[in-house]
Design a protein around this ligand. Sequence first.
Ligand SMILES: C[S@@+](CC[C@H](N)C(=O)[O-])C[C@H]1O[C@@H](n2cnc3c(N)ncnc32)[C@H](O)[C@@H]1O
Length: 214
Amino acid sequence: MSRFRVGCDQEGYYLEDSFSRQHPLRVNFSHPEFLTRLRGAGKKTELVARAVKAGGGVRVLDCTAGLARDAFVLASLGCEVTLVERSRVVSTLLLDGLKRARKVPELSFAANRIKLTNADSLVLMAQTSLEYDVIYIDPMFPEKPGAAAVRGPMQHLQRFLGTDEDAMALLSVALEVGCSRVVLKRPPQGDWISPIQPTHVFKNKNSRYEVFVS
Ligand SMILES: C[S@@+](CC[C@H](N)C(=O)[O-])C[C@H]1O[C@@H](n2cnc3c(N)ncnc32)[C@H](O)[C@@H]1O
């Protein structure tokens, strides 16, 4: 029997890890913790919003969709977000979460501003003539010994997917395609060094956003 299993019940799709006692992973934008984040979201409270320069009509290509929490915050501030996720399982959970969110009055504004593509961003960026104001990259970096471990649903996702080895490649391609703003999210401390100097850095105790403006 395999360790991970995708299932569906009356609440929608979920991913179960038979090695863990955590609740199955779902994409649920109605979760009380996320709703609290969303209600307080603004440029003062959300570093991602400052890094992206979020606002009405800003077109964002989110190359690493994951659970789409950052994307949802950006969309709630008026951004038009295209999500790209290469894992078919994660895309299934996401699509399901977005469909449900579109039916919730408090979430529909943001959910209707998000499109999802199941693809590899490296391939997509190389093929498409891109018309975005911002490219956003948030790969799963390896955990650093001594650093605070990721928790909750993101921990679940990390167990399922492992770390993303293509962070450098994503950044390089994003910088080459001629988008005027590229934002890379990474852990606040770590060995990972960007190949070029960012124009701006926004940092708090959980994350570091490197912004490359051309
Ligand atoms: C750390 S998670 C992103 C979390 C997300 N920002 C959020 O707020 O929930 C990284 C995700 O990016 C996806 N990913 C990594 N490299 C990718 C690529 N080249 N193309 C598409 N998706 C990619 C992984 O499968 C994973 O789901």
